[in-house]
Design a protein around this ligand. Structure first.
Ligand SMILES: *Cc1c(COP(=O)(O)O)cnc(C)c1O
Length: 466
């Protein structure tokens, strides 16, 4: 028996191979890494299954093909554009909210040039990076004061650390949420150094449950929005207004972690039944936290709004420095918030709001347009139809709420659906869809108007076409 490892070509030999020499504009290091990685992989494979190759030529041909693929893979940026045809507007795995054109323009200005990030141009003295958004946030929410950190989890961490470290925070058992990526709100909270005191049961928590647990160690009453689930049926949750009254009675601050707080009255448009951030502030909550890249439709950020006496303590907390937002976030957030000064304008400018409120007749037209474009190219590969359906909001926002939409359904004639969906995902750009009843489903709600042609050619490639 031959030593099969001797069939493996050497790195120098491969570097002289015509196909590898033909690769241009790729750093030599990338080519070397591609070769070495592939060879390592084959050495491993041959160790596991030495009988796999009977002929040296066959082995060497496969290696060369894999090296070329590996180099191409390494050459491509890891973070790539994808087309979101799932209809899930705030898709956490696909980057949640899309920035508005104006927000993007501001990011570009802040990122590629110097700015007055921390300089007061009127006085020439040092300014605050938060100043650029503070006035807008207090104006829009009605809060006395505010602070912005990296994300909403950080906002919750900072608020609890400042207001309840070494003390107790009372929270309902029905509101101890896991927010995905196996991050549990209770765990984040414990990291703040505050001790969580759980009250009530999963489905019912009354004002009296909170009241009974208030003691000398109590520092904060907390309400958490059950972002990604709904407890339905036999339920009782204590209203924020009741908690505020209770807090006043016992001289305790009341905080509401809204998760996906919205400044826009979606309920007024028939979407969901959640109060706006303004309404929660108006109900008297002392501290309110919410995400920048959920329903707000801006950059990743955590916004803390509320009474000045509490926010000013948070500003002095050393953790604030560790959780601070960068200039691109400041830029994107300022521009996003500015859009809200005119709510109708916000609806047009902020992609998240536009997608959530797009009229059904427009979605129908879009589905039909998409269908026609696909049919022009691919009728021999699939049956294409349009059907009424629903989209999800996603991102732990408006749980249990589905938005009526029109879907494009693809029934493949020749290919297995799994194989097609896999090819779409790995394409350039990748296309994300979902499958139901052996049909591939495209929801036009989250496909940008500029992506239709691109989507059709991706589908074509998924069918094996060019
Ligand atoms: C999403 C969410 C968070 C975390 O917000 P991020 O911005 O993702 O850090 C915290 N609390 C609730 C209730 C949420 O919905």
């Amino acid at each position: 028996m031959q030593n099969i490892y001797q069939w493996l070509p050497g790195v120098d030999e491969l570097l002289l191979n015509e196909r590898i020499k033909a690769i241009h504009d790729v750093p030599r290091q990338v080519i070397l890494d591609g070769i070495r990685n592939t060879l390592k992989e084959y050495r491993h494979q041959l160790g596991v299954n030495p009988e796999r190759y009977q002929h040296k030529e066959e082995l060497q041909r496969d290696i060369l093909n894999d090296i070329i693929k590996e180099i191409a893979r390494r050459e491509k940026p890891q973070l790539r554009k994808v087309i979101n045809a799932t209809g899930i507007v705030l898709h956490t795995n696909l980057g949640r909210a899309l920035l508005s054109g104006k927000a993007w323009k501001s990011v570009e200005i802040a990122a590629t040039g110097y700015s007055n990030l921390e300089l007061n141009l009127a006085t020439g003295h040092r300014g605050s990076r938060y100043a650029h958004v503070e006035e807008l946030i207090t104006r829009l929410t009605g809060a006395e004061s505010c602070l912005v950190v990296n994300n909403n989890a950080a906002a919750v961490l900072l608020a609890l650390n400042t207001l309840a470290k070494g003390k107790e925070t009372i929270v309902s058992r029905g509101e101890l949420v896991e927010i995905g990526g196996s991050f549990r709100i209770p765990d984040v909270m414990e990291q703040s150094g505050s001790h969580l005191v759980e009250v009530g049961t999963t489905n019912k928590t009354y004002r009296s449950d909170y009241e009974q647990k208030i003691g000398s160690e109590t520092s904060l009453l907390l309400k958490v929005h059950t972002s990604n689930y709904r407890i339905i049926g036999f339920t009782q949750e204590t209203d924020i207004k009741d908690l505020v009254t209770l807090g006043k009675e016992f001289h305790l601050p009341v905080m509401h972690d809204l998760g996906s707080g919205s400044l826009f009255d979606l309920k007024g448009r028939g979407i969901g039944d959640e109060p706006t951030v303004q309404q929660i502030i108006a109900s008297g909550a002392d501290v309110v936290t919410f995400s920048g890249d959920k329903l707000l439709g801006g950059p990743q950020a955590g916004i803390i709004a509320g009474k000045d006496q509490y926010i000013s303590l948070m500003k002095k907390n050393p953790l604030t420095r560790a959780l601070r937002i960068d200039k691109m976030t400041v830029a994107a957030l300022e521009a996003t918030l500015r859009s809200y000064l005119d709510m109708e304008g916000a609806l047009q400018e902020i992609p998240t709001l536009e997608m959530l409120t797009r009229p059904l007749n427009v979605l129908k037209e879009q589905a039909q347009e998409l269908k026609a474009l696909i049919a022009k190219e691919l009728t021999s590969f699939m049956d294409i139809s349009v059907e009424e359906g629903v989209s999800q909001v996603g991102g732990g926002s408006l749980p249990g709420k589905y938005l009526p939409t029109y879907l494009v359904l693809l029934k493949l004639k020749k290919q297995k659906v799994e194989q097609f969906v896999h090819a779409l995902r790995e394409g350039e750009p990748g296309v994300l869809t979902y499958v139901r009843d052996d049909q591939v489903i495209l929801d036009p709600r989250t496909v940008l108007a500029s992506q239709y042609e691109c989507l059709v050619s991706a589908l074509k490639k998924g069918c094996g076409g060019k």
